[in-house]
Ligand binder design. Structure first.
Ligand SMILES: C[S@@+](CC[C@H](N)C(=O)[O-])C[C@H]1O[C@@H](n2cnc3c(N)ncnc32)[C@H](O)[C@@H]1O
Length: 374
């Protein structure tokens, strides 16, 4: 029997060391994810999260003996989730680190042409290493490379001394011009001189110190839920699988741009060198009311085809009117026999609240939990 207290507090077990893996914007507090899974499902049940983010719901499910399935469109969130459910063997990750580090000098000339932002953010040794990792790690297809890449992503930007960068926020990548100006104003134009292999090796040692988490077979799919769920519905019907808990937090209307907020980590994964709002469907800010409605309608509608009759639907969302009203309407439409309970989450002076981070200007009246049971 897993001791939940030891997972959600401290870092004494493998499960707790991997639980918080991956800084992400608007993430579930780990203890909240574990509490919901424990309260609304039992061992052996199936749990679904079609907007999985860094996959705390899926991880909590797996650690607590449930089969969990997540879907996430942002490669940063997907990678964190995928790796924490199944990290590669430590020695192989360390060998790969030194292989990639060994190739850094091929990038001596390439760093000279990088925008000023990168030259102030990282010392030359780090920047050469990052270019080598970006070019050589096959994170989509190799579990070892995915594990190393995700550890690099975690520490790609952080407070000075805690990662590979000059002073930066950890959860969200700041804009290029904003950062350059801020470093200049604060006398931080020289990035810290670091040996990236040493920094990452220490991080690997710490993460694996208590071993690997024991997780019941669970998975996270990289893709768009509106497309992936169609295939999952077919497979669940074919295999006669029903989910007993739908536990998720959809994107909030007009608030967050999950791709732009992670632009520097997305650059590491092969994306653009400068921050850009991605115009592809479901990858930018959700500012079109009809599209937002259709996204939720589609995802909650498809999910409902796989839920047990006696299931629980647990949705954490934004209190603002359009997001809240739309979510309630759509959930009632797809779960007409479930009873709905609304639990307001007062905004606490507490950084654990999903969006209340670092005095963000997009401040928020808080969040709300919509719980439906039959
Ligand atoms: C509020 S966040 C979820 C955060 C998550 N609960 C956590 O703890 O990290 C919403 C997530 O939905 C993802 N998303 C938005 N549209 C999607 C889609 N069509 N398919 C899959 N994921 C999507 C976003 O990339 C974002 O990570």
């Amino acid at each position: 029997m897993i001791d939940i207290e030891s997972v959600v507090k401290g870092f004494k077990t493998a499960e707790s060391r991997w639980a918080r893996f991956g800084p992400y914007y608007a993430m579930f507090p780990v203890d909240f994810a574990f509490e919901v899974v424990k309260k609304y499902s039992k061992e052996g049940d199936y749990i679904l999260d079609p907007f999985a983010g860094r996959c705390s719901s899926i991880y909590a499910g797996g650690v607590l003996g449930r089969h969990s399935l997540g879907i996430e469109i942002n490669p940063v969130g997907w990678l964190y989730g995928n790796v924490k459910l199944n990290p590669a063997d430590k020695e192989e990750v360390v060998d790969r680190l030194f292989e990639v580090y060994g190739k850094r000098n091929y990038y001596k000339r390439a760093i000279q042409r990088m925008p000023e932002f990168y030259r102030i953010c990282y010392c030359d040794e780090v920047l050469k290493f990052l270019l080598s990792a970006r070019k050589n790690l096959d994170w989509k297809n190799s579990n070892v490379d995915a594990t190393l890449m995700s550890i690099v992503l975690v520490y790609l930007h952080a407070k000075i001394g805690e990662g590979l960068s000059n002073q930066m926020r950890m959860t969200k990548s700041m804009g290029m011009n904003y950062s350059v100006e801020w470093w200049k104003e604060n006398g931080l134009v020289n990035p810290p001189e670091l040996n990236p292999a040493e920094v990452i090796l220490n991080k690997i040692e710490w993460r694996y110190k208590k071993g690997m988490p024991k997780v019941t077979e669970s998975a996270v799919v990289f893709g768009d839920s509106t497309i992936e769920l169609e295939k999952i519905v077919d497979r669940s019907i074919h295999n006669d699988i029903k989910f007993s808990l739908l536990f998720t937090s959809p994107p909030y209307y007009s608030i967050t741009d999950y791709h732009a907020d992670q632009w520097l980590r997305l650059w590491m994964l092969g994306g653009s060198e400068t921050p850009k709002t991605i115009t592809e469907k479901h990858k930018g800010r959700f500012i079109d009311k009809e599209r937002y409605y259709n996204l939720l309608d589609n995802v909650f509608g498809l999910s409902s085809k796989m839920m047990e009759e006696k299931s629980t639907i647990y949705v954490r969302t934004d209190k603002r009117k359009f997001t809240f009203d739309t979510t309630v309407e759509i959930l009632n439409k797809h779960y007409p026999n479930h009873k709905m309970r609304i639990v307001n989450k007062p905004l606490k002076e507490d950084t654990r609240t999903q969006t209340k981070l670092y005095g963000d200007k997009t401040m928020k009246p808080g969040e709300v939990d919509i719980i439906m049971r039959n």
